[in-house]
Ligand binder design. Sequence first.
Ligand code: URQ
Ligand code: ZN
Ligand code: ZN
Length: 487
Amino acid sequence: MSVLVRGGTVVTADQSFRADVLCREGRIVAVGDGLDAPSGAEIVDAGGQYVMPGGIDPHTHMELPFMGTTASEDFFTGTSAGIAGGTTMIIDFVIPNPQQSLLEAYGTWRGWAEKAAADYSFHVAVTWWSDKVAEEMGVLTREHGVNSFKHFMAYKGAIMVDDGVLLNSFGRALELGALCTVHAENGEAVFHLQRKMLEMGITGPEGHALSRPPEVEGEAAQRAISIANVLGAPVYVVHVSTEQATQAIARARAGGHRVYGEVLAQHLVIDESVYRNPDWQTAAAYVMSPPFRARHHQDALWAGLVSGALQTTATDHCCFCAPQKAAGRDNFTKIPNGTGGIEDRMSILWHHGVNSGRLTPSEFVRITSANCAQIFNIYPRKGTVQVGADADLVVWDPEGHRTISAKTHHQNVDFNIYEGMEVRGKASHTVSRGKLVWKDGDLRTERGAGRYVERPCWSPAFKALEVRNEQTRPAGVDREVAAAFTP
Ligand code: URQ
Ligand code: ZN
Ligand code: ZN
């Protein structure tokens, strides 16, 4: 099976040039002018369009069991919706219960993901600590291609971890050459404020945002960065939503600390006024953590992306339908946290990023695909258009208009957070694993066509780096190990 994408402008993280792209048996086999079509090849006319690496969404939660229910989007429907929007790979999360074996949970999620229509990988959450957790982190890196471990600093009483777990886990990940990521909200402060809101009789969705003010994220982001810095470890902050956290990351990076920041497409364009919608169901549909913020935070997030302080974009695609959200009708703390968006991320970022003049097409490729591939060590297999790379491509129609709506989206959820938003720029064709699976509105994904993507750790690179100075080398941590990640 061959696919020839003809007549387009190839855009990678560092250049744009006119070229045809030939894909065969899942790989890109030729990039150049005037390529011949092998017999039987499917031909895509990409004239007037861009040919970019398929989007990678580093933050999704397909069929996540959470807050007493299960996310409505599964690995097949969710990756299919992603393909319709130009995303060809997800990195989802294995989230063990506290005291549960990480390997056991990993096996469960791998089973669920076998139905995926596109490629996928997993961050594994560390939700508790013991020698066994440390040992299983090693097995996951050595035998299962896991190179990132997640830590929830929120969700007290459920999956929240304290500073002690962060120190143990960050240190262990450093030994393994794996990257630690954090959900940065001060869970104790959230818990305290939730009770205050309820005592004051605030039970609606507005209470969700009021119990998670920006400082709750700013403090936790700074704390995670400081803890990582004490160990000389890198850290990746997921779903950065505030000016405070963006500035903490920018300061750390300016100081030479290896800190990465991820921003969700929805936090760039939706603000906290959604929680004041008089319709309870609509306001509840926007309950996610961190919550939507006042508009000035959006300016800071865009500045973070344009300046390079923030590197990746994601969706935190974690869908709950109206009946599920209704569990919190009388108490906002019971509303399952999560929103969707995997199908719309690329159009939102193109329309509000490139059409607005904030981003060039190459910068769009960086924040939707290339940076993620490099940070999570799967570049140039993913995240670029070159011979030998996986044949994951999106043919992007910059003039294609779309009105986003739950009535027309492919996501398995009864609400679209961008409902009614008009965007210019959309995926006209998507190639996944060398197959044309989205063609002018015809979605032809196959259940189980996706494959698990192993992500190797960084060991060799770290040995070369010198510790920044004596102070950052924690006592007792082997000099060579401490050299890891520390520029
Ligand atoms: O916190 C997360 O990232 C998961 C549980 C999805 N829910 C959310 O509100 N972001
Ligand atoms: Zn989170
Ligand atoms: Zn999440």
